[in-house]
Design a protein around this ligand. Structure first.
Ligand code: SF4
Length: 308
């Protein structure tokens, strides 16, 4: 069976599993925590990410070996070359998540030249700054690309009413899980690969990101074209090409997430010091270490896996 987006010459991918030749749908049950009352129960686990695609892309040992070799080969490649590789391999099942950070804007600029039809989305938690949301129109005006806002099921009002107030104050890990991780999981369902704008020099977890690798948390290939770039590289490109960026960066906000969990940084502080400041939390869970269990919020600490 031919698989669109999978190039010739790479190892065969086992295209079976969730819908086997016997017609069964594999079912699993896992412990789930209700996003409203905190009670626990069991929920059926549906295939995720590339496993839900038709045909599915499965991380067989041969495929992972091939991915690792490609990642190694792409270590010295320019970001645009890495993006081109990803488009050739996985489009139209290749997507990108952006929080409109400087790195994300650089990738959007590159995609506008390489593959403007690539679906790009933003996780709209309901807590983003107006300046961030305004980037949707700025991207449209500059590139003719419509970034899709992906939202949680419950509005902020419904979510806070159901939980007795803002969850970001009492349990930010759970808030990120409900309003980002669940939404991303849905957004990449049926995709083979997603691009993220992380840089290795941003955090210890990000330092271990391959250029391309299997994202066990969301069950698809994750591509990080800017892994080897520095903050200086990113801003040099923004200046060179007059790429639009979030105006909050000019007000001391180095890394921008939701308004309740973001502050400007002080001179000499780390660029991510303004995120969840004073809580000990450093990631929303989308890019931290590759723990597949973190797709299941347990309330026992960080729901750990964007520039988001
Ligand atoms: S960053 Fe803050 S407000 Fe946004 S989802 Fe996470 S905890 Fe909630």
């Amino acid at each position: 069976m031919a698989t669109k987006g999978i190039s010739m010459g790479q190892p065969a991918v086992r295209l079976s599993g969730w819908n086997s030749e016997h017609g069964h749908v594999r079912e699993r049950l896992r412990l789930a925590v209700c996003g409203t009352c905190g009670g626990t129960g069991q929920e059926e686990v549906q295939p995720e990410g590339a496993l839900a695609a038709t045909p599915p892309l499965e991380p067989t040992p041969e495929y992972l070996e091939w991915l690792a070799a490609e990642s190694q080969r792409l270590e010295r490649a320019e970001p645009a070359e890495i993006l081109r590789w990803a488009v050739e391999q996985y489009a139209p099942r290749f997507t990108m998540a952006t929080a409109f950070g400087p790195e994300g804007m650089v990738l959007i600029h590159m995609l506008s030249e390489l593959a403007p039809e690539t679906p790009i989305f933003n996780l709209d938690t309901g807590y983003q700054f107006p300046e961030t949301l305004a980037m949707v129109e700025r991207v449209w005006e500059r590139y003719g690309i419509r970034v899709e806002l992906k939202r949680p099921e419950l509005s902020v009002e419904q979510y806070e009413a159901a939980n007795g107030g803002p969850v970001y104050k009492t349990d930010p890990d759970r808030c990120c899980f409900d309003r980002k991780i669940r939404v991303l999981r849905q957004a990449v369902r049926g995709m083979y690969a997603w691009a993220s704008a992380i840089r290795r020099d941003q955090s210890p977890d990000r330092a271990r990101a391959p250029i391309v690798g299997w994202d066990r948390k969301f069950q698809l290939v994750k591509v990080s074209p800017l892994a080897n770039w520095t903050k200086k590289d990113v801003w040099a490109m923004i200046t060179r090409h007059n790429i639009p960026y979030n105006p909050l960066h000019d007000q001391g906000y180095a890394s921008i997430g939701c308004w309740p969990c973001t502050r400007p940084i002080l001179f000499g502080e780390d660029e991510r010091a303004g995120r969840w400041s004073g809580t000990g939390k450093i990631e929303c869970g989308l890019h931290s270490l590759d723990d597949p269990q973190s797709n299941q919020y347990t309330g026992r600490g960080p729901a750990t896996g964007a520039g988001l």
